[in-house]
Each structure stands twice: as C-alpha cells, then as structure tokens.
Design a protein around this ligand. Structure first.
Ligand code: 5RP
Length: 233
C-alpha cells in the first residue's frame, strides 16, 4: 500500500466511509475507489462480508485498492467480465455545490473515472475540508509521456499552469498505474467546470483529466462522527 493511502485515524473519513458502505447490497458489482477515505469503506465491507455474509464483487481502481480489498477478502472481478457496476464509491480531492469534483490526488483518476462512469450510482466519501464553493485546486491530468511538451503548451494556451508531478521516493516523474505521467494543471478558480473539462477532452495526448461530472451523492463525514448526505436532484 502506498504511503499516501495508509489508513490514518480519522473520525470524519471513518464516518463517511462506513455510511457509504451501508448502500451496498447482496449481489452488487461494486467499484472500489482509491484513497484514504474509501479505505474505511473497504474495511467496513470486509467486516460485512465476514459478519453478515454479504455477497459482492469489487472492481478496484488501482493497485493500492486491489491490495486493500484482497486484505479484506473482498472477492474481485474486472471489466473483462462486466462492462457496468451497480455502485461506485470513491474519495475526492474537492467538490462543489453543483456536484462537480476534482479527483486524482493519488494519480488514479483515469481508472476511477472509467469505473465511476460505468456505475448506476456514483457515491463520493469525503470530509468537510473537501467542500468548496467553487473548484479552485489544480486539476490532475494523466498524459502520455510522449506528449508532455505539446500538452503543456496547450494547457498554457487554455490559461492553465501545468506542473509535472514528481515522485516522493523516486527521482523524476510519478508514473501512474497505466504507465503515464501526471500534470497538475492550475486554472485558479474554475468558473465553468463543463467548459474546462471540454477543453481538456479535446487535447490529444491527454489520457484523462480529474474533473468528474457524474456524482450522484456525497457522504460528508464530520468530526463528531455524524454524516451529511447530499443527493443530486
Ligand atoms: C485518487 C483520488 C482520491 O480519491 C482522492 O485523492 C481522495 O483521497 P483521500 O480520500 O485520501 O483524501 O482521486 O486518485
């Protein structure tokens, strides 16, 4: 498991993670997101499998999550077996009042997006610090290494400042689970996430960007252990 995804003791994340795990039913094919918050969901699902005999199959969105799910004895499947999942549960780096989210802090957003968009229901688990009036953090963008300079120029033309993400315990760039690079692209305050997403969608060399538009509900854990659940109308 990566350093970043090690489970730290967080009552907020714990509350959100457990709350979302309650949505999972017998027979569900479940998208398992990546990050420290969804680890609490994975742990709770492990408990439900052991104690309640819950029968599910998970599709992990990263090597890190795959390892966590195996540790909890969650049966796994893959997109070679099924094109859709019933419910996907994942963390977020930031979300706004209109249910737009930025993901990719763990460089896993490409697989996370495939899984999220294949889901009938996409649920975010987060603490209150992730909530923002408007999206205003750099957008993680996974790119083909081959296209780095070209994509950086295009991002600059679109008004962004791209920064190549570097490894923490490795010299040089972060390499994603898909063998690509990450550019963290600062667009300051994103007034129109649809438009920014569209601009990024049209740049060749970008594999996937971290703006998510299909969130169905958000479970926000609080320090006192309570959870606020927001549902998209
Ligand atoms: C990984 C992600 C994570 O879901 C996001 O970074 C949130 O992580 P955490 O729950 O640890 O704050 O998008 O690519």
């Amino acid at each position: 498991m990566s350093e970043r995804n090690k489970q730290t003791d967080s009552p907020e994340k714990n509350a959100a993670g457990i709350s979302a795990a309650k949505l999972v039913k017998d027979g569900d094919i479940l998208g398992l997101g990546t990050g420290s918050t969804v680890l609490y969901t994975i742990k709770e699902l492990g408990r439900r499998i052991r104690e309640e005999g819950l029968k599910i199959k998970g599709i992990p969105t990263s090597f890190s999550t795959e390892e966590a799910a195996i540790n909890e004895n969650i049966p796994l499947t893959s997109f070679s077996h099924t094109p859709y999942v019933d419910i996907a549960i994942d963390g977020a780096d930031m979300f706004d009042a209109d249910f737009y989210a930025i993901k990719g802090g763990g460089a896993a957003h490409t697989r996370e997006k495939v899984v999220a968009y294949s889901a009938k229901r996409f649920v975010l688990v987060a603490d209150e610090k992730k909530k923002s009036e408007k999206l205003n953090m750099p957008v993680p963008v996974e790119i083909l290494p081959f296209s780095k300079l070209f994509v950086m120029e295009k991002i600059k033309e679109a008004g962004g400042i791209p920064v190549l993400r570097l490894g923490a315990k490795k010299d040089g760039p972060v390499i994603t689970d898909n063998g690509n690079f990450i550019l963290d692209c600062d667009f300051k305050t994103i007034e129109n996430p649809e438009k920014t997403a569209q601009i990024l969608n049209e740049i060749p060399g970008i594999v996937e960007h971290g703006i998510f538009k299909n969130v169905s509900e958000i479970h926000i854990g609080k320090a006192d252990g309570t959870v606020e659940i927001l549902k998209k109308k």
